[in-house]
Design a binder for this molecule. Structure first.
Ligand code: C5P
Length: 216
């Protein structure tokens, strides 16, 4: 029997936090994982809304592409599309902080050290987790130590249904090692598999959870 067509809302890529017209804070996320997730969902006949920061990896075909720059832009777009989403996957490497102020002109060097003041950005997937009604919410946790334990803590703190824990070597690489963790514990541990294969497993598990939680 064919499964019902659902809508996936997927965040992907890095965000950019400008401090002046030419400089920004960001990270090395390529957008490969988000793209692989979008393609896996699309391949199975589902609708995909793909909210992406400025990524080097090409956007997935068949998805509705929503481009953003900063974490706050991404947050606005996620809130806009959220009511349509059955499954939300936060694969974006969102900047946790942004400069307190943005200079309208290029900041000049002055011959002395200076300090950048930062403020926290909104936690997008955390917001989705705590405001969800009939959606399955999946997050990622990139950890440099104690990945599984920290990811599990994050899953409950952000009220997620599933979390994927991986290490910094996943950034901008074709393969990854990861643990998929649900509210009842470990679902799968995968070593050095392609992001495409991992994406297939995440999509499969999120669809299974959606069916279990919201069968009607
Ligand atoms: O708390 P941490 O940044 O480790 O959580 C990672 C997860 O949270 C990822 O799914 C990421 O997309 C999401 N996130 C977010 N908004 C932020 C920070 C992280 O959606 N400001």
């Amino acid at each position: 029997m064919r499964t019902k067509k659902l809508t996936f809302l997927i965040t992907s890529g890095p965000t950019r936090e400008y401090l002046d017209p030419v400089r920004y804070l960001s990270n090395a996320s390529s957008g490969k994982m988000g793209c692989a997730l979008a393609m896996a969902a699309h391949r199975q006949g589902h609708r995909v809304i793909f909210v992406t920061g400025p990524a080097v990896h090409a956007s997935p075909r068949g998805a509705r592409i929503v481009t953003v720059i900063s974490a706050r832009d991404m947050f606005r777009q996620v809130k806009k599309w959220l009511p349509q989403a059955d499954i939300v996957i936060g694969a974006a490497a969102v900047s946790d902080y942004r400069p307190r102020s943005v200079s309208a002109r290029k900041i000049k060097k002055s011959g002395v050290d200076c300090t950048l003041s930062l403020v926290e950005n909104p936690d997008i997937i955390g917001f989705v987790g705590t405001h969800k009604s009939r959606a399955v919410v999946v997050g990622f946790a990139l950890e440099t130590a104690d990945a599984t334990k920290r990811a599990q803590k994050k899953l409950f703190k952000k009220n997620l249904d599933l979390i994927v824990a991986n290490g910094p070597r996943s950034l901008d690489s074709a393969k990854t090692s990861a643990c998929i963790i649900g509210r009842n514990g470990l679902v799968a541990r995968r070593e050095k598999i392609t992001k495409s294969l991992l994406a297939g497993e995440i999509v499969h598990e999120s669809l299974r959870l959606h069916k279990n939680n919201f069968a009607d």
